[in-house]
Design a protein around this ligand. Structure first.
Ligand code: SF4
Length: 427
């Protein structure tokens, strides 16, 4: 029997990315061959509901898949499916909703008429070969117990739960065996990690980092997004102790740099606390790059509040800023809050923030010239530094894709891209 053809379309956040990788591996285990969308019999779409725009991209992706000439079956999973599945299943009888991501491959196999005996999801397919990655996300946590007033994700993802330590270690070791130089510890609320170890003791994120560094030889570990209030000294100390094996990078969602706005967002910190935390990080980890998410035009945000928010961004000097215009999510307190900001004001504020982002990012990159960092080479001599800036390693040669190397940053070109030369020794 010829293997049916399948394709996975990923939308949304870092956690979805990791889950889509897992689904891709499971589909191969279930007997599918991976192809592009227009050749696929089954298209899996991992959906996103974080903003109105993300939901509309989801609907567009489903319609696009349904319109392809092979008339594929479309299996939808992810946040839109958890919140309102009918929106997608009503589009066509060829859309199947599967809220449980670990069951997506089985649902796809059933839809494709694959006999149950051929489905072997435990085969342990090599994600590195499958995906050709130099960096692999490892999901250690899901869900969120916070109640930020603009957010729908906690409703879609449910309460916090953590992957046991043994299972995290197994995922990291698989990446290591596959020759992947960097893993990214990922969760919806990573700082809330509270996994169980072999003796049933609770392990927090700093301890998990220690354990991974001690019990595996993975060359580099990166932490994905952490809520600011979860970055305590123990975690910073664990990053320092990990030396070059821990990427000097922290993504700390700010959302607003004004305490009054943060209070309305139900975010549990003030602008001063955020800045103090950044200072603590930079005292202990001077080369740390710090990035953030920020929302422009949250309900009630006055010109003065916005100016405070913008000024804090300039003072912190983020290496990257993900700027979002506020998007009202039905069912959240903020959606019906007074003082909704006019779209043109939101657009102007977000463009101002993007301008700040460009300047601070360039300044952070420029300040690294003359220093040494690790870099994962992804395409020939192009790669990503530990600080997450893009880099071209001018004397890397052509056969280093997929390697972690130490480089000396030598300059920046007129496109704002860092250049480097190979350091004294490889890692
Ligand atoms: S911390 Fe806030 S914004 Fe982030 S997932 Fe939880 S509720 Fe949403």
């Amino acid at each position: 029997m010829t293997r049916p053809f399948a394709c996975v379309v990923n939308l949304g956040c870092r956690v979805n990315r990791v889950e889509s990788d897992r689904i891709t591996s499971d589909l191969v285990g279930a007997g599918f061959s991976l192809v592009d969308q227009d050749e696929a019999d089954i298209i899996v779409i991992n959906t996103c509901a974080v903003t109105g725009e993300a939901e509309s991209k989801t609907r567009k992706a489903v319609r696009h898949a349904l319109g392809l000439p092979r008339e594929p079956i479309v299996v939808v999973t992810g946040c839109v499916v958890n919140l309102h599945p009918n929106e997608l299943t009503d589009l066509s009888p060829r859309v199947i909703a599967q809220p449980s991501k670990i069951d997506v491959a089985r649902t796809a196999a059933d839809a494709a008429g694959l006999p149950a005996r051929t489905v072997n999801l435990d085969e342990g397919h090599d994600l590195a070969d499958l995906l050709g990655r130099s960096r692999l996300g490892v999901k250690v946590q899901d869900g969120c117990n916070n109640r930020c007033s603009y957010c729908i994700v906690w409703k879609a993802r449910g309460p916090e739960r953590s992957v046991p330590v043994a299972s995290v270690l197994e995922q990291v070791r698989r990446a290591e065996r596959a020759g992947i130089p960097e893993v990214v510890l990922t969760g919806v609320n990573l700082g809330a990690y509270d996994g169980i170890d072999a003796s049933d003791s609770h392990v927090e994120i700093d301890e998990l980092l220690d354990i991974i560094l001690e019990q595996t030889d993975i060359p580099q570990v990166r932490l994905s997004s952490l809520e600011p209030m979860d970055v305590h000294d123990r975690l910073i100390d664990a990053m320092v102790a990990g030396g070059e094996r821990v990427a000097p990078f922290l993504h700390l969602p700010l959302q607003s740099g004004c305490t009054a706005t943060l209070e309305r967002m139900n975010r549990p910190y003030t602008d001063e606390q955020y800045e103090a935390m950044v200072d603590r990080i930079r005292t202990k980890l001077p080369n740390a790059a710090i990035s953030c998410d920020i929302i422009a035009g949250f309900p009630g945000e006055t010109d003065e509040e916005f100016a405070e928010s913008r000024a804090l961004c300039e003072r912190v000097g983020f290496s990257r800023m993900h700027v979002f215009r506020y998007s009202a999510r039905p069912g959240t307190p903020a959606a019906t809050a007074p003082g909704q900001v006019a779209p043109e004001v939101m657009a102007a504020r977000s463009s101002e923030l993007r301008h700040v982002a460009e300047n601070t990012s360039q300044a952070d990159a420029r300040a690294r010239i003359g220093s040494c960092e690790t870099a994962v080479l992804e395409f020939g001599n192009r790669g990503t530094l530990g600080s997450f800036h893009r880099v071209i390693v001018d004397d890397a040669g052509t056969d280093r894709t997929g390697q972690l190397v130490r480089v000396k940053i030598t300059g920046m070109d007129d496109r704002g891209l860092l250049h480097a030369s190979m350091g004294e020794s490889d890692l």
